[in-house]
Design a protein around this ligand. Sequence first.
Ligand SMILES: Cc1cc2nc3c(=O)[nH]c(=O)nc-3n(C[C@H](O)[C@H](O)[C@H](O)COP(=O)(O)OP(=O)(O)OC[C@H]3O[C@@H](n4cnc5c(N)ncnc54)[C@H](O)[C@@H]3O)c2cc1C
Length: 504
Amino acid sequence: MATSSQNPLLAGRAPASALRSGAEYLKSLRDGRRVYLDGELVKDVTEHPALREAARSIARLYDIAAAPENREVMTFTSPKTGAPVHRGYQIPKTHADLKARRLFSEKWAEATFGLMGRTPDHVAGFFCGYATKPSLFAAGGKQFGENVVRLYEEARDNHLYMSYAIVPPQIDRSKPAHKQTDPTLHAGVVKERDDGIVISGAQQLATGGIYSDWLHLSCIQPLQPGDENYANGLVVPINAPGLKLYPRRAFARADMNSVDYPLSSRFDETDSYVIFDNVFVPWENVYCYRNIDLCRNQWHLTPAHAYGNLQAQVRYGAKLRFMIGLAKRMNENTGHDNNPPVQMAMGELAALVSIVESMAIAQEVVATTDADGVLWPSRTTLYAVMAMQSEFNGRMLEIIRELSGSAMITLPSSAGDFDNPEMAHDLEKYMCSASSDAKTRMAIMRLLWDFIGSEFGSRHQQYEKFYGGGTYVVKQSINRLYDYKRATALVDAALALPPVGAKH
Ligand SMILES: Cc1cc2nc3c(=O)[nH]c(=O)nc-3n(C[C@H](O)[C@H](O)[C@H](O)COP(=O)(O)OP(=O)(O)OC[C@H]3O[C@@H](n4cnc5c(N)ncnc54)[C@H](O)[C@@H]3O)c2cc1C
């Protein structure tokens, strides 16, 4: 059985003999974490009007995973404790394992309509990947190999939610970390002690950070000689002294209701700028220290990036299914559903959605086993779809806007309009549709507007562009991995064809 006693990261946490319930998760968020919003230190993220509903949405995911009827699809047996743990922490050895990871993530993603990107299974995937290669980390010091496995096991066996901040702040991208105007602008080591290290500086952009248990700090951007202080891999509890989270403007506002903003009010996972103000990290929680090569290699010589981003693609597929479902309902409402040009446009949308859905499965099918018996999803497939996602996503939203005309705009000003008898009479008569009464039509169009047009929807478009890094980086990744040998062999074969036809 995992216990909470050995590691300060787990302080106060009950032994994980059972799966974590939503209520236990919510309770654990009241731990003195320092979240700053709208000029104030938030006392309790589970009670704050702008933050509480997203916390509840995540709590529901814990309940889904803990439900006895979901035991097989959502859990596997911890090799260490013998207790059921989330499949998001399962290291795949077979194609069936990889499929099981997908079904776990799909279940969670559909429960949030794909609108929460960094649910606990995202960074769990990264730690699964790191833990498959302890020897890689041990090359930086034996204890680091042991630490990365232990951190993975503790997170797994305690059903933890990790978020991550692995991109340096966009303060001045023209200079490396150590040449910024102040060497403590980017999060890095400022002091080494016998028992650990002290981190100061900022890092962007921990989506879901305010709702997580641990924050994973590392750096995925290329570092240069001189940047050693920033080349680390570690975790800290979110309530660590000195750790501060600055979420962007919240989209769920106190004056909002779920009729007018059905998605913003429930699924705003938040994106936080993270500030380390002399945060002490004991050595046990560090797995990479001042090591530029190791910091880079963790992303590419382990399956971490592939596992984490496969979850992201499964989540994206669920979101697109929801999106095309909304578009279909919209067309039924406007009476355009059987209009041939509209059907053509929907065909293009369906084609793009199907590509994303199928590419997640293709990553499983083309998965390969490495020398350690660990299955890697196909990274060529992953980066192919990620590289095009930025373009596809914009195209899909544009198709829906094109099909919508004024459908998302000609709506009552708020749910309150139906409370006024005179207005309700007018609305019910004149704002109905081909397929729905006025209230149902409004509910569908509000969902669509919140998905596409609201501040929440707009942030989502930015998220789909950048959650996996800039497109130019992803395109470089697939260019590096694509099987050009096989492609150019075809060219060589064509060049070697025996001549035919007239001599020249
Ligand atoms: C909604 C959202 C959620 C996020 N969540 C997380 C998270 O949970 N954890 C996390 O660690 N990070 C997260 N990120 C951060 C994300 O990883 C970064 O935004 C991403 O890596 C891009 O870095 P940047 O924003 O600093 O852009 P920059 O690196 O400054 O690049 C901006 C743009 O400049 C151009 N550009 C820059 N350099 C080049 C180049 N060499 N070649 C060509 N063009 C170039 C490109 O157009 C590029 O898109 C999130 C970002 C967003 C928007």
